[in-house]
Every structure is written in C-alpha cells, then in structure tokens.
Design a protein around this ligand. Structure first.
Ligand SMILES: Cc1cc2nc3c(=O)[nH]c(=O)nc-3n(C[C@H](O)[C@H](O)[C@H](O)COP(=O)(O)OP(=O)(O)OC[C@H]3O[C@@H](n4cnc5c(N)ncnc54)[C@H](O)[C@@H]3O)c2cc1C
Length: 382
C-alpha cells in the first residue's frame, strides 16, 4: 500500500512527538499514518534541555533537573533560582523508547526505514519519494530540511549554534547538582560569541558543552581543546569521558514556513520551530505539535499555520547584530543577565512576555546597537 492519510517524514523529536499526539487522539484512530526515517532511533544521540514548571508531560523521562542557573561573564556573574521553572534534561534515548513502546500497539501507525529523497505538492495531495518507493498522502508532516534555500539567501543572516559536549565522570565529587551553568562567557571569546554550558547531573558526573553562536563551525579538535582547557583550569584532571555529543542548529529568521503548501507542513527545525536567537527547539516543538493537532482536526489551511510575532523581529535584530559584530555576544548577554532576573529572561525566551515587559528588558541592553540594527532592518523592509 502506497497511500496513507498522513505521512510523517523524519522520526526525530518533532516527527515522533506528532505521532505520539496523533495516537493519543481518537480523531486519528481510523486514519492510516506512515512514519519514514532512515533509522528507527533508539540511542542517546542528543540531550534536550528546556524549562518548565514542576509538572509537565515529559516529567517521567526527565533524567535531571535544576532549580537554579548560573550565568558568568566579565560584566556579571550570578547563581539564581528560576522558580517556578526548573531547568530539565531529557536524554533522547528515553524519549525514543517512551514513544516507540507506546506506538508499538497502534495498528494504524506503520514505520518504514527509508532514505527519503524529496517531497512534492501535487494536485490536492502530496508525494514522498524514497529510494525504493513513491508514497502519496493528503498530508505530509515533514521534519527533514530538503532545501538549502535558507543558506543561499542573504536577506536573513544565518548563524549556527554549534557545540561539542563531553559527558565526564570524575573520581572525586566535584559538582554542585543544584545549579546548571546556562552560559559561562569567561572563556576566551576569540572575536566570537563563545561560552561553556555545564549540566552537573551527579556529584561526579557532568556534561561540559563548548558552544558558539557564530557563522562557521570549528574543526572538531578546537572544541575538544577548549573543553580540556576549561576542565584543567578548574583542577578537573582525573576524569573519563563517558559519552560525547555534537550539534549544529541553524539560528536564523529565514521563513522556513514559506515552504508549507496545501498538503505539506514542515515541522521542527525544518519548520522554523528552532528559536532563532538561541536554538532551543524542544519546548517549541511541544507547544506547536499540540497546536498542529488541533489545526489538522479542524482542517485549516496548512500555509497559514505559522504566525509571525514580535519575537521574530526581536530575534532578527539580535542576529543582525551578532552576524556583524560576533564578538559582542558576551556583553549583550552579560547586560541582559545583569539587569533582568533569569526567570524573566526565560519567560521572554518563551515568548510569553507583554510589550511592557519586553521594553523593560530591551531598554537595559546596549540600546544604540539595537536601535541602529532595527533602523537598518526597517530600511531593508524587513
Ligand atoms: C546534539 C543536540 C543537542 C540539542 N540540544 C537541545 C536542547 O538541549 N534543547 C533544545 O530545545 N534543542 C536542542 N537541540 C535542537 C533540537 O531540539 C533538536 O535538533 C531536535 O532533535 C530537532 O527536532 P527535529 O524533529 O526538527 O529534527 P530531528 O530530531 O533531527 O529529526 C529529523 C529526523 O529525520 C531523519 N532524517 C534526516 N534525513 C533523512 C532522510 N533523507 N531520509 C530519512 N530520514 C531522514 C533523521 O534520522 C531524524 O530522525 C539539540 C540538537 C542537537 C543536534
């Protein structure tokens, strides 16, 4: 059978979360759903962090959480509570296991290992081309970036949030498990926006992630050397690396959703669900998949799913600044954490703040840079 009511292209975070939500909603009980991915994921290929109040839907797979976060820079350093939020970590392996064990009993949901080559809008339906087959459907829910159009355009700058993380285990207890280091900008900036991100999930175990918000990736060894240097400065020398992770998330206000068509909707990073100014995607995916379920049930037009808001413009201005003056990130984030509580910053990053709250945060930033960038952008008609 090559026709399905829905085809989920890509069984990663957004594809599986969408399948999970569809399988929990009786509206989809009689609908055939196909999930395509080049592999059925079951390993810990990434860790997802997000902030939420105490009880959220994914609590039973949260492997560590922190009530406080640490921020460090030349300008300002502090450890502060983020109540009512907690900063939470999910290991992707636990997420894949939870979803796949739930989907196993659902007879209307099929999974096929396939290398997907392309997707196409046809008359009133869509096709999915894999190496061996052509599938047709009324609705493609796609999470694979098939186009490099976002890299080729120059209207919206494209930075990357790129990083290498080492999960280390020390012989002696070293870490305070009550606070996660959100950003430590005291590392050498080398004309970029560079910081260390630390998640201590046991007294002798922590993830150290050397992270940049910049245009170009580094050779692997550069990240490694910086992590080793950071550990050695803190007298952490007797340790083993138990796991590693590496990633690169596009940071751009490129309108990925313009690729949505009558029968194809893009999700996850491919749908522009990664927050442009931070790369955080998990929480957005959680929210957007709930919204998308409702949208599909009401049979609303897919090209209208995404709504641009004021936060898209704020992110754009920040990215314009960081693209031109990549060294200024430590100062901007330093100012932000110096003048605004982390709880309020997280609310702002969640896009839950009012216009008044936004101004209270923004007016304390290096305002001249932001005004200049905003005017330059307005002159380019956004
Ligand atoms: C190492 C790492 C750590 C991250 N940490 C965080 C974090 O802490 N917090 C946060 O909010 N975000 C984080 N992110 C960003 C984001 O949440 C993840 O990238 C998330 O997995 C994105 O979900 P997605 O569905 O868009 O893509 P994915 O989860 O990558 O899913 C895409 C799927 O498509 C499949 N696929 C790709 N090409 C093909 C093909 N041609 N044919 C068939 N299948 C294909 C892949 O196998 C994959 O399963 C992280 C990203 C990485 C890489």
């Amino acid at each position: 059978m090559n026709y399905y009511d829905y085809i989920i292209v890509g069984g990663g975070a957004s594809g599986l979360m969408m399948a999970y939500r569809m399988s929990n909603d009786s509206f989809f009980d009689d609908k055939s759903i196909l999930i395509l991915d080049k592999e059925k994921k079951n390993t810990n290929d990434r860790t997802w962090c997000y902030w939420e109040t105490d009880n959220d839907e994914w609590n039973n797979i949260v492997s560590a959480s922190w009530k406080s976060i640490i921020f460090k820079s030349e300008l300002h350093s502090a450890e502060e509570s983020i109540a009512p939020y907690k900063y939470k970590m999910i290991r992707s392996k636990d997420f894949y296991l939870k979803i796949w064990s739930h989907l196993e009993s659902k007879t209307k949901i099929t999974f096929e290992v396939s290398n997907v080559l392309s997707i196409h809008q046809l008359d009133n339906e869509a096709s999915v081309i894999t190496e061996n087959k052509i599938f047709k459907t009324k609705t493609v829910l796609n999470s694979i970036i098939f186009t490099d159009a976002y890299k080729k355009q120059s209207k919206y700058p494209v930075l990357q949030q790129h990083f290498v993380g080492f999960f280390i285990k020390t012989k002696k207890d070293f870490f305070d498990i009550n606070a996660a280091t959100f950003m430590d900008f005291t590392v050498d900036q080398k004309d970029n926006t560079r910081f260390m991100y630390i998640l201590p999930y046991a007294k002798n175990e922590a993830l150290f992630e050397y992270t940049l918000f910049s245009e170009h990736l580094l050779p692997y060894n550069d990240y490694k050397v910086e992590i080793e240097k950071y550990l050695s400065k803190r007298n952490i020398t007797d340790y083993e690396i138990v796991e590693k992770e590496q990633g690169s998330i596009p940071m751009t206000c490129y309108k990925f959703w313009n690729h949505n068509t009558e029968n194809i909707i893009n999700m996850g990073t491919a749908g522009g669900w990664s927050k442009a100014s931070t790369g955080f995607t998990f929480k957005n995916t959680n929210r957007k998949t709930i919204k998308l379920i409702d949208y599909l049930k009401k049979n609303k037009p897919l090209p209208k799913f995404h709504k641009i808001n004021k936060f898209w413009f704020y992110d754009l201005i920040l990215l314009d600044i960081l693209f031109k003056k990549n060294h200024i990130g430590a100062f901007i984030f330093g100012k932000m954490f110096q003048t605004t509580t982390p709880k309020q910053i997280l609310k702002f990053l969640d896009e839950d703040t009012s216009l008044l709250e936004d101004f209270r945060i923004q007016l304390k930033l290096p305002i001249i840079n932001f005004i200049k960038a905003a005017f330059a952008r307005i002159l380019r008609f956004i």
